[in-house]
Design a protein around this ligand. Sequence first.
Ligand SMILES: Cc1cc2nc3c(=O)[nH]c(=O)nc-3n(C[C@H](O)[C@H](O)[C@H](O)COP(=O)(O)OP(=O)(O)OC[C@H]3O[C@@H](n4cnc5c(N)ncnc54)[C@H](O)[C@@H]3O)c2cc1C
Length: 446
Amino acid sequence: MASLTAPVAATTLSGAPAMARPTGHAPTYYAATAAPVPPRPALEGDATAQVCVIGAGFTGISAALHLAERGLSVIVLEGKRVGWGASGRNGGQIVNGYSRDLETIRRRYGADAASALGSMALEGGDIIRERVARYGIDCDLVEGGFFAAFTPKQMRELEHHKRSWEEHGHHGLEMVDRAALPRVVDTRRYIGGMIDRRGGHIHPLNLVLGQAAALEANGGTIHEDSPVLRVEQGAKPRVVTARGAVTADFVLVCGNAYLGDAVPEITRDIMPVSSQIITTEPLPGELLDRLLPTNLCVEDCNYILDYFRRTADNRLLYGGGVVYGGQDPASITGKIRPAMLKTFPELKDVRIDFAWSGNFALTLTRVPHVGRLTPNIYFSHGDSGHGVTTTHLLGRLLAEAVAGQASRFDAFAALPCLPFPGGRTLRVPLTVLGAWYYSLRDRLGV
Ligand SMILES: Cc1cc2nc3c(=O)[nH]c(=O)nc-3n(C[C@H](O)[C@H](O)[C@H](O)COP(=O)(O)OP(=O)(O)OC[C@H]3O[C@@H](n4cnc5c(N)ncnc54)[C@H](O)[C@@H]3O)c2cc1C
């Protein structure tokens, strides 16, 4: 199926690890086109560091790099490969803000919380751009994103978001009406939308791999193939894997939807949710120039949304749908291709080269779940589907908190995280019911 295949990791004749495309990932377009990278050895025996980070996704690597840049010693333990989780297989869309808009945050948590979160809402995207520039990370960064509306109600909501964003200093927003739509996206599905000039898109696996290399260049250590089994709490917590342990002053838990039972105290309030993506064969440049003339990434405004963009090698990468609980659907292509054809019927004869699924962590409130398990064990997860920018911000806030400047971290940690109704047994069917209700409202335009 895949027209590009990831070569098997190899060693040189001298026994040193060879540079090869990373293996052991989901069968994604990203893994097949990732920058060559040496495999990192698993943790063997005992080690010490000032900070031990669990999970090498955007959150963990972002935090670790901020810490290493501050001169702290950092060991990252990754159960699979760097970027194996959501960070290496997402839609690659730099979406500013959070999974709940600032007005909802103000209504729920008050003006101070909205003002604090609003002041940080563009920072994650800025961190990505700064790092791409500083470390020369080749991750196909393209500027600009588009929110597409199906209904007049969604257009009104976008106008409202624009005003609210502008109050927080975000002036890169532009409404687009139906007449102007073809200059952004050539489909009859939408009635308009909003351009975010400070949005954009990237090859997410190459972004996380580039930051991992920067971490190592700054003195940090990463062990792959090192799933953490448990964390022993204490004045110096001990992070235990099957073949070793790291004793640290601080532990940052960044395993998100894939954390499993390693730190059971913090997984109760998040639910894994899967989303699916397909990628076409390379398409004629003229066709993509017509479908997406300005190369913005697009996500629609529905409760369960579609998202798509052009890749650097002229494919259409199209994602959508969710499965609450985090399972894969029977056929990913069977699920996503019809959605792609609704948007772009002219792609009916186009081959699908890649199809994959990945899990993100959802919270009931749709704001991240951030806090301290003990005074020296911190966690951040639950970006609820919009995590490319938020994870980079929260990585910085974790690092600030470890360095003793916790006020911005505490602005998130103070937000209450509510358990899903129904507990572990009923939370999935109850969430499906809620999603069905909101999707029906989308369809009815109310
Ligand atoms: C299909 C899909 C599409 C998405 N598209 C977008 C998008 O376009 N834009 C956007 O903003 N957001 C998107 N998201 C969300 C975004 O990708 C995530 O919010 C973000 O990547 C989460 O990063 P993370 O580092 O917290 O978690 P992850 O990237 O999942 O990283 C967690 C890491 O921790 C490791 N780990 C877990 N447990 C252990 C353990 N016990 N021991 C050691 N290691 C462990 C895992 O192996 C994994 O590598 C998408 C998500 C998915 C799944």
